[in-house]
Design a protein around this ligand. Structure first.
Ligand code: GLA
Length: 731
């Protein structure tokens, strides 16, 4: 049983973890979250001494001091000075609330009116009702254990039954208190083209936040973060992971108080948020997911990857990702119908299965026509239908680029509906020569649905590349009484458009926001893969993909093989560029029509090989190996039944001096024997895990066997590497 209620305790379990709550003096308290404690009896943990200066429950006296208790969902301005999960202005204009326990229910699934992205599948869910009786406001807390992933999904619903209008100023998705929080925080930071850097810092007294004010997730921070023991490594130590299924302004706060209690509160950012609730109305928060690993940071990543693959990404894509040939870096705005036809023929030759006509099909430059979505007839005189047929006649799928949320001032749509832009009373700033439509306006969403559904239906579009190439600014909606609702309504509009399209059509949507500016679980619920960065340099991409893999599985990251001097001007060999696709979704983004026969044959070989690796990339468990070195990245992707694995070693900075490189493998069955694809050696899983594999030998120039994968550069230079399968054997 994932959920049991015993005496005054709620015991929630997953395969390896437990979360225990209790009711005490009419309050709901947090008792324990971590490795499973089978006896469920850690009551002795919460027994704090008297805190000077701290308010207490007047009817209970000093035995109930608010600041000394651990809570599950705290109201603001109620005698607990730590960061609240919820803050509101009641019908009398008074600020704050205090929640007390009022009951529970065990549901067979989340309520059916929960329409935000959520962990898929009907799973037993604990609903706990908290109430502020004085104010007539309830908080319903939902806990869903995802047993096989060691994950708990959480969300809250705030209900106004006060008889008047209230304003919600903050409603976090989750709160978690630690009695003795001695942690490092790990989070993802970055910039356009340099996404997904992992940052680690000590939590000390004070408050630290990871947040976005961009209206979308943004490049500079990601909703994922972790708290681990300061001694935790990739392979050992305790680590808690957190993430949000949300794609707008978010805020995760980590606060350590003067008694070393750490409180985590994560959800929609309260900074520019407010939401009016009339009497009888309610508000659902986005879902948060939490995991715990006693096997280090890597153990946390494995759990979050599995959650994403099995319960976030649509099951339609469980075992399929296309191999795309995309026109952007191939032709930019000079793309035309002859080029696409020729490109499609070559795409077929190299084994790609989808041609994506990127930006440029409706405009000549990035300062016009966004919003109109009319084909540029001068460059596509025969029309889209014929072009789509020509591509499909090659046995390929057809993809088309859109940036639905955006609008150019030089567009018919702007002439017709200038009031559809986000507007806070300012004329608005430009970014990439464009403005943002107010997705909170249902008329805008209906218009975009009409456009996109029209293209998909009429032309048989199989695939949409969905860009959002600017952040939101001057955010306001003059139709609304409460302007603080605009940001969240924007996100709800984006989700509703994606929901309508993906539920009606069999169309695969690849996300993108100037690269990885909107890479989050909310978008992955609708888009099985997201363009991770506009930076396709394989040196940088290796780092970006490894950074993202702390939280997200490789099957969600799209990466394309591009020109030799790539986006950074740094030369790289074709094999090396292909190697990086070992841990991402693969595609091509270079002018295939200018490639020689032998170059095309090389690409064909990469495609064929990559197809055989889908089983690892789409459903394998991903492990980073030997993370503490400056020279190379290594990883394993192990089939769920441990029968085989893909090993990849990417040498970014080779050393001239000889160094013996031994990499300890992970994820194999210790008692099974495995054949090493690179040299045919047979070794026990436990030997490979404990003693490791000697990579320097495999990289020697004299190494060559037929078992070897074609992709090995086998020279040990910077920008080289090796990749091979490891297969269980009875020999
Ligand atoms: C963004 C995307 C690119 C490409 C261009 C087109 O930069 O990240 O992949 O689609 O827009 O304008």
């Amino acid at each position: 049983m994932a959920i049991t209620v015993r005496n005054n305790k709620f015991i929630l379990k997953t395969d390896n973890t437990a979360w225990i709550l209790r009711t005490e003096e009419g309050y709901l308290e947090h008792l324990y979250y971590g490795a499973d404690v089978p006896d469920c009896d850690p009551d002795h943990l919460v027994n704090r001494q008297i805190l000077n200066f701290a308010p207490y429950d007047a009817s209970l006296g000093l035995k109930y001091i608010y600041g000394g208790r651990l809570y599950v969902y705290s109201g603001a301005n109620s005698g607990d000075f730590r960061t609240p999960a919820c803050d509101l202005t009641d019908k009398n204009g008074c600020r704050g609330c205090r929640f007390r326990y009022a009951g529970y229910e065990i549901l067979s699934a989340l309520p059916s009116d929960y329409v935000l992205p959520h962990v898929r599948g009907d799973m037993e869910t604990l609903k706990i009702l908290l109430t502020d009786e004085d104010k007539g406001i309830d908080a319903e807390l939902y806990f869903t254990p995802v047993e096989d992933c060691d994950v708990f999904a959480r969300c809250a619903k705030i209900v106004n039954r006060s008889g008047g209008k209230i304003c919600l100023n903050k409603a976090a998705s989750m709160q978690l208190d630690f009695e003795n929080g001695n942690f490092d925080a790990i989070f993802i930071a970055g910039a356009p083209g340099d996404e997904m850097r992992n940052v680690r810092r000590r939590i000390t007294q004070g408050k630290f936040e990871i947040s976005s004010r961009f209206g979308i997730t943004g490049h500079s921070a990601n909703p994922f973060f972790a708290l681990c023991e300061p001694s935790a490594t990739e392979d050992a130590g305790e680590c808690y992971g957190f993430n949000l299924l949300y794609s707008g302004n978010f805020k995760s706060e980590i606060e350590s108080d003067c008694h070393n209690c750490v409180r985590v509160a994560a959800g929609i950012s309260d900074e520019s948020f407010s939401w009016t609730l009339q009497d009888g109305e309610s508000f659902y928060t986005p879902q948060a997911v939490c995991t715990f690993s006693a096997e280090g940071i890597g153990g946390m990543s494995v759990r979050f990857h599995k959650l994403c693959r099995k319960y976030i990404v649509s099951p339609k894509y469980a075992d399929f990702r296309p191999i795309v040939a995309n026109t952007w870096e191939s032709f930019y705005f000079t793309v035309d119908e002859d080029k696409v036809r020729a490109f499609a023929r070559k795409a077929k030759e190299i084994g790609a299965d989808t041609v994506v006509l990127d930006d440029g099909w409706f405009r000549n430059a990035d300062n016009e026509n966004l919003g109109d979505w009319e084909l540029a007839k001068d460059r596509f005189p025969s029309g889209l239908k014929k072009l789509v047929s020509a591509v499909k006649d090659n046995g390929l799928r057809f993809g088309l680029w859109f940036e639905p949320e955006m609008i150019s001032r030089r567009s018919k749509l702007y002439q017709k509906h200038p009031e559809w832009l986000l507007n806070n009373g300012d004329t608005g700033s430009e970014s990439r020569n464009q403005y943002v439509l107010n997705m909170g306006n249902p008329e805008v969403v209906d218009y975009l649905y009409g456009v996109l559904a029209g293209y998909i239906g009429e032309y048989g579009i199989d695939y949409i590349k969905w860009d959002a190439n600017r952040y939101l600014s001057e955010v306001g909606d003059l139709r609304l009484e409460n302007q603080g609702e605009t940001w969240h309504r924007y996100v709800l509009g984006v989700y509703s458009l994606l929901e309508r399209l993906t539920s009606r059509f069999d169309v695969l949507i690849e996300g993108c926001a100037g690269g990885g500016g909107r890479f989050d679980l909310g978008m992955l619920y609708y888009e099985p893969m997201i363009w991770l960065s506009d930076n396709t340099d394989p040196f940088n991409r290796t780092e970006i993909q490894f950074g993202a893999a702390t939280a997200y599985p490789p099957c969600t990251m799209s990466y394309h093989f591009s020109k030799g001097d790539g986006t950074t001007g740094k030369p790289s060999l074709p094999y090396f560029r292909a190697l990086v696709a070992d841990f991402a979704c693969f595609g091509y983004e270079l002018d295939l029509t200018k490639m020689s026969e032998s170059e095309l044959a090389g690409c064909r070989a990469f495609t064929d090989r990559r197809r055989t690796l889908d089983k690892y990339v789409l459903s394998g468990n991903f492990y980073k190996l030997n993370v503490d070195n400056d020279y190379y990245y290594a990883c394993m992707q192990v089939a769920e039944d441990k029968s085989s694995a893909l090993f990849t070693f990417v040498q970014l900075n080779a050393q001239i001096r000889y160094e013996s490189v031994i990499v300890k493998l992970k994820g194999l069955d210790p008692a099974a024997r495995y054949r090493i694809g690179a040299n045919g050696q047979i070794l026990y899983g436990r030997t490979l895990e404990k003693a490791g594999l000697k990579i320097s030998d495999l990289l020697c120039p004299h190494w060559k066997t037929e078992d070897a994968l074609r992709i090995s550069l086998a020279r040990g230079k910077s920008g080289s590497g090796i990749s091979f399968e490891i297969v269980r054997t009875d020999d």
